[in-house]
Design a binder for this molecule. Structure first.
Ligand SMILES: [Zn+2]
Length: 333
């Protein structure tokens, strides 16, 4: 049993309180490997942004849960080495689906866990969430729950159709489950193909696909029901067109990938939305940078020569999100 506090990590309580009051959102970036972790920490140390490092079930399978936990511990020391005196780094389990998994993360030093029982009926969702909350809170670990269903596929979380969160259910859910934050469904979704082309309009100026807007009316209803309660948005990559173009230019085949426009995320960050999950965008940035090196320098075979540029490109993306979209720069001096 390791407590996250001994690793220099923090839970989400203070982060979220400040973010809701300050009208900004904390970045929740998924990580699977060293380069991604370094890019996240470099970006956050440089901008002094609090951050949530997320571990998905795909990441646990790919990199191993224990290694990722030690990497997060290393991330705290790395942040200090970069001159960030009081790093605010949370290590969070993304989409935990069983009590046992959440418990194992609490026991090995995670400071926050998500129990996603959103595919279960309402009562069962409350029951499982409550079970996780009761265990996690003994160790000061915060718990994110989910109500409503997001469409899309990401690391083995998949759903055919999305169902917006019902505002009339949120008070009962939050009160009875005791969760610390709530992921809701208002039109975001997982992956780089968030919308079918037929759901989008075409921007006549650029010829690009414009997705339907997020359901801000649902968000505002939820905010009215639970004033000041931390709300989370999953699946909030924007799928930058220039990254898609670079990938396709150098031999990729990404067709009609569409994300959430950044203006809408900026607007959401000003509300009770205080955690915004971004994963696909860093995958795109990494892939674009690697493809470019492979195309331009076909004789290169030192992984550092393509993973290095990929890391730089991800860092640039993370800094852009922190400064221009989430507004979290300077919030963890
Ligand atoms: Zn998610």
């Amino acid at each position: 049993m390791v407590n996250y506090k001994d690793l220099g990590l923090v839970n989400t309580v203070e982060m979220f309180k400040k973010a809701v009051a300050g009208g900004y959102a904390i970045p929740a970036f998924n990580f699977n490997n060293m380069e991604q972790m370094q890019a996240i920490i470099q970006a956050c140390a440089e901008t002094k942004s609090p951050v949530i490092l997320q571990v998905s079930s795909g990441a646990r399978k790919y990199a191993n849960q224990t290694i990722l936990r030690y990497m997060a511990e290393g991330a705290v020391q790395y942040a200090k080495e970069l001159g960030w005196e009081h790093p605010q780094i949370c290590l969070h389990l993304d989409h935990g689906d069983t009590f046992e998994l959440c418990k194992s993360c609490v026991d090995m030093g995670f400071s926050s866990v998500m129990i996603d029982a959103s595919s279960l009926p309402f009562e069962e969702n409350i029951k499982l969430t409550k079970q996780v909350v009761e265990y996690a809170h003994k160790y000061d670990v915060t718990v994110e729950a989910e109500l409503g269903v997001l469409a899309g596929v990401e690391d083995e979380v998949s759903a055919e159709e999305s169902h917006y969160t019902k505002p009339e259910e949120v008070i009962e859910f939050a009160t009875r489950s005791g969760c610390d934050s709530l992921a809701i469904s208002i039109g975001t979704s997982h992956g780089a193909y968030k919308f079918k082309p037929e759901q989008c309009k075409v921007d006549p100026a650029t010829g690009r696909l414009v997705p339907p807007p997020l359901a801000f009316d649902v968000l505002h209803e939820i905010e009215k029901k639970l004033p000041g309660f931390p709300i989370v948005l999953h699946g909030s990559s924007s799928v930058p067109q220039e990254e898609v173009d670079t990938i396709n230019k150098y031999g990729g085949a990404l067709k009609a990938a569409v994300g959430i426009p950044e203006e809408q995320l900026r607007e959401a960050a000003k509300s009770a939305v205080c955690k915004i999950n971004i994963d696909s965008d860093s995958r795109l940035a990494m892939t674009a940078a690697i493809r470019k090196v492979f195309a331009e320098k076909p004789a290169e075979f030192d992984p550092r020569k393509y993973l290095g540029p990929a890391r730089d490109s991800m860092k640039k993306l993370y800094m852009h999100k922190i400064i221009n979209v989430l507004g979290s720069a300077g919030k963890a001096e």
